[in-house]
Design a binder for this molecule. Structure first.
Ligand code: FAD
Ligand code: 2HG
Ligand code: ZN
Length: 477
């Protein structure tokens, strides 16, 4: 079905034989799955849009095993798809046809944590939330946080260069990942697992694996610099009358909260509607409805100082009238409830039926224009259109839903949305990647020269094109 909808043909890869299965059984004894029911979940992506037909799932535990698997697959010309927590939102983590799934599920050992520098070294299959819990016991915070934290793996996070909710404070993984160990298509292990903060000895090869979505190598271990965990945390949830007020509130927050500002998210009223309609017990903490909401988090080392600053800020924005109403949470239960409302929008949208998902970077003052343009365009056919996202990072999540996949609606959205984004100097994928669903639109955000270099890189690192084919780059291998 998928291949028909997206018009993709299977590459000229070998098919798995009994002899291949026997070889895999030697490499990962008892960790080779061929049972169709057991594989079903690994064949389907989180959005339930891309469905593969893989008949082989491998669960290595060590880098050596990953290396042996890839060496064999490369020699035999068998295509593979690396998979972490399978929470990716662009169909990159599942097979399109019969690619062998290599899951990092059992590669979940923490290797070390330096309690002076905060540098954590771990295997790629560690679940993000468990890493944050682990480093928290030693007084550190994981520099990445996102709604899928309970299932996504650090290897998947690194391979997608996930952005998430703390990027405003801690920056992108291109900065906080200090080292990567990866296995190339031919089985060669590339050890760039440095724990150094500074290392300018030649090209920084680990960066190639960050955000390359499993098309250049399989990430087996990473080292990440974890900052000291802030002692105090406050969350404010505010209601605004229009988007200009949201922008003005952001400006005030930067000015008045400065170094303690750790997140600035926004959501429109339609987001609250979808969450309240579909998720039990999740509701807006404000009595009155507003067209827009802002979620501000502060993190610092002195609770009193932070609260004082936050109160001054709130007084200022409310007296100016850019914020109409708000609530502040200082205890963990209320903080989690407010974050839950924001983090679960993606889940709520799926209950409408089919979700058309767009993850756009734009100059911040243009961000909501796109939602309005799209909403007018799709008014008659869509169930709803919502806009939310990491405003502080200039990242909009625009989503439209329909009861089931609607080809006309899809045609109304794409390529228009990408053309509009390119015209306004935005990026068509801010943080989710290209995967299977966005790969053909690369030209809207990348120059010919950059694209050519990427293609050459792919040819150099994976000459047979066995690593996650049909993903990231438009050209087939
Ligand atoms: P998967 O989905 O398993 O894989 C993603 C891609 O990485 C695939 O191309 C896969 O082949 C490749 N891959 C996985 N593991 C490896 C490996 N070890 N080596 C090489 N390639 C590999 N993303 C954001 O950026 N910010 C957010 O705020 C955010 N919030 C989300 C909230 C929800 C509720 C959900 C469902 C998703 C969200 N995402 C977000 C998207 C997704 O969670 C992230 O992209 C995440 O980083 C994917 O991790 P994963 O382990 O699930 O990877
Ligand atoms: C988020 O920020 C995720 O919640 C998902 O990146 C965004 O579902 C989306 O559009
Ligand atoms: Zn996001």
């Amino acid at each position: 079905l998928t291949s028909v909808r997206y018009n993709v043909e299977r590459g000229n890869y070998s098919k798995v034989t009994e002899a291949d299965i026997a070889e895999f059984a030697k490499i990962v004894p008892n960790r080779l799955v061929t049972d169709a029911d057991e594989i079903a979940g690994y064949n389907t992506d989180w959005l339930r849009i891309v469905k593969g037909a893989s008949q082989v799932l491998l669960k290595p535990k060590t880098t050596k095993e990953v290396s042996a698997i890839l060496k064999h697959c490369n020699n035999r010309h068998l295509a593979v798809v690396p998979q972490g927590g399978n929470t990716g939102l662009v169909g990159g983590s599942v097979p399109v046809f019969d690619e062998i799934i290599i899951s990092t599920q059992l590669m979940n050992n923490i290797i070390s944590l330096d309690d002076l520098s905060g540098t954590l070294v771990c295997q790629s299959g560690c679940v993000l939330e468990s890493l944050d819990n682990y480093v928290s016991e030693k007084g550190f915070i994981f520099p990445l946080d996102l709604g899928a934290k309970g299932s996504c793996h650090i290897g998947g996070n690194v391979s997608t260069n996930a952005g998430g909710l703390r990027l405003l404070r801690y920056g992108s993984l291109h900065g906080s990942v200090l080292g990567v160990e990866a296995v190339l298509a031919d089985g060669r292990v590339i050890d760039c697992l440095s724990t150094l903060r500074k290392d300018n000895t030649g090209y920084d090869m680990k960066q190639m694996f960050i955000g390359s979505e499993g098309t250049l190598g399989m990430v087996t271990a990473v080292s990440v610099l974890c900052p000291t965990r802030p002692k105090a945390c406050n969350v404010a949830f505010l209601g605004c009358t229009n988007f200009a007020d949201v922008l003005s509130t952001f400006k005030s927050a930067k000015g008045m909260l400065g170094e303690i500002l750790s997140a600035f998210e926004f959501l429109d009223h339609q987001c609250i509607e979808v969450v309240e309609q579909h998720l039990d017990g999740v509701k807006s903490p404000l009595e009155t409805d507003y067209p827009f909401y802002v979620l501000i988090e502060t993190s610092g080392s002195n609770a009193e100082h932070d609260e004082e600053k936050l109160n001054q800020f709130l007084e200022s924005v409310m007296s100016k009238g850019t914020v109409q109403d708000g609530t502040v949470a200082t205890d963990m239960t209320k903080i989690k409830a407010i974050w839950g409302l924001r983090e679960r929008i993606a889940e709520a949208l799926l209950h409408d039926g089919y979700c058309y998902k767009y993850d756009i970077s734009l100059p911040i003052n243009k961000i909501y224009d796109l939602v309005e343009v799209m909403r007018n365009r799709l008014e008659k056919t869509a169930v709803r259109s919502v806009g939310y996202g990491h405003l502080g990072d200039g990242n909009l999540h625009y989503n439209t839903t329909s009861r089931e996949f609607n080809k006309d609606l899809y045609g109304q959205i794409e390529p228009f949305i990408f053309e509009w984004t390119a015209q306004h100097k935005g990026s068509i994928s801010a943080e989710h990647g290209m995967g299977f669903m966005k790969k053909n639109y690369m030209r809207y955000s990348k120059s010919e020269g950059a694209f050519d270099l990427m293609t050459q890189m792919k040819q150099l690192m994976d000459p047979n094109g066995i690593l996650n084919p049909y993903k990231t780059l438009p050209k087939q291998y």
